[in-house]
Design a protein around this ligand. Structure first.
Ligand SMILES: Cc1cc2nc3c(=O)[nH]c(=O)nc-3n(C[C@H](O)[C@H](O)[C@H](O)COP(=O)(O)OP(=O)(O)OC[C@H]3O[C@@H](n4cnc5c(N)ncnc54)[C@H](O)[C@@H]3O)c2cc1C
Length: 229
C-alpha cells in the first residue's frame, strides 16, 4: 500500500549552530510512528518534488514532529528549509524505517555524530519518558568543534531527570582549552561492555568503523542497529 502523504506546517525554526537547524512541524492527526523512524519530505522545485529523508527527533507522544537538519550549501532540501518560515507547509510521507529500539535488550548505548543525534534523541526520550525503562541508557555523541555544540542543555536536563541516563560528548577537533573528551566516537567504544545493544547513527564512514570495532569486541549482529545518513 503506498504511504499516505501529509501536509505539515512549520511551527518553529531554531538555528542551533551555524549549520544546524531544529525544525518543529505540526503532527498530522493520527500520525503514528515509532521513535527512531524517519519521513520523506517532498521538496518542491522545477515543477516537481524530490524526496529527502529526515529522522524524527521527537517522541510519538509529543504534539509536534521535530527534525534536526544539517545545512549543506546549495543542497536542495537544505536551501528549502533555510528559506522556510513559520506557517509554511511541506508535503511528507511516512513513517519509514526499522531503526527502532529493541524492547527486550538489557541496556542501550547510542552512538551518534552530528545530525545523527536526531533519531537517537527521539529513542532516548521515548525510552525514558514514555516506556519508563529502568535499564541503563547511554549516549556517546561526537561533534567536531566547540562551535558545533547543540542540544547540550537538553542532554543535561535528561541526565538530571533520569538516574539511568548518562552521556559522553567527544570533539574530534577541539581547541587547546577544551576540557572534555577528545577524539572520534570510535576512540571511546572500549569503555562500553559488549553486553549492550548499540544504536549507531551518522555518516557511512562512522557507522562502518563503529560496526567493525563492535564486532571485534564480540558484539553480535543482533545487538547492532544503525542508520546511515
Ligand atoms: C534514513 C535517513 C535519515 C536522514 N535523516 C537526516 C536528519 O535527520 N538530518 C539531516 O540533516 N539529514 C538527514 N538525512 C540526510 C538527508 O536525507 C539529505 O541527504 C541531506 O539533508 C542533504 O540533502 P539536501 O537536499 O540538502 O542536499 P543535496 O541536494 O542532496 O546535496 C548534498 C550536497 O551535495 C552538493 N551537491 C548537490 N548537487 C551537486 C552537484 N551537481 N555537484 C556538486 N555538488 C552537488 C550540495 O551542495 C550539498 O552540499 C537522512 C538520510 C537518510 C537516508
Amino acid at each position: 500500500m503506498p504511504l499516505q502523504e501529509h501536509q505539515i506546517k512549520l511551527l518553529e525554526k531554531k538555528e542551533l549552530t551555524k549549520d544546524m537547524f531544529e525544525l518543529r512541524f505540526s503532527k498530522p492527526d493520527g500520525f503514528d510512528y515509532k521513535a527512531g523512524q524517519f519521513v520523506q519530505c517532498l521538496i518542491p522545485g522545477d515543477g516537481k518534488t524530490t524526496p529527502r529523508s529526515y529522522s524524527i527527533a521527537s517522541t510519538p507522544t509529543d504534539e509536534y514532529l521535530e527534525f534536526c537538519v544539517k545545512y549543506l550549501p546549495n543542497g536542495l532540501a537544505s536551501e528549502f528549509f533555510k528559506k522556510m518560515n513559520a506557517g509554511d507547509t511541506v508535503a511528507m510521507r511516512g513513517p519509514l524505517g526499522r531503526f527502532v529500539c529493541r524492547d527486550e535488550a538489557p541496556s542501550h548505548v547510542h552512538v551518534a555524530t552530528g545530525a545523527g543525534i536526531a533519531p537517537v534523541m527521539g529513542m532516548i526520550r521515548d525510552e525514558l519518558e514514555n516506556k519508563d525503562k529502568t535499564h541503563s541508557v547511554h549516549l556517546l555523541f561526537g561533534l567536531r568543534f566547540e562551535e558545533d555544540l547543540f542540544w547540550i542543555e537538553r542532554l543535561d536536563h535528561i541526565t538530571n531527570t533520569y538516574k539511568n541516563f548518562s552521556y559522553q560528548l567527544t570533539l574530534s577537533r577541539p581547541t587547546d582549552t577544551w576540557e572534555g573528551l577528545r577524539g572520534r566516537v570510535t576512540e571511546h567504544l572500549d569503555e562500553h561492555e559488549a553486553t549492550h545493544d548499540f544504536y549507531i547513527c551518522g555518516s557511512k564512514e562512522m557507522v562502518q568503523d563503529t560496526k567493525k570495532l563492535l564486532s571485534e569486541k564480540g558484539v553480535s549482529k543482533e545487538q547492532i542497529h544503525f542508520e546511515i545518513f
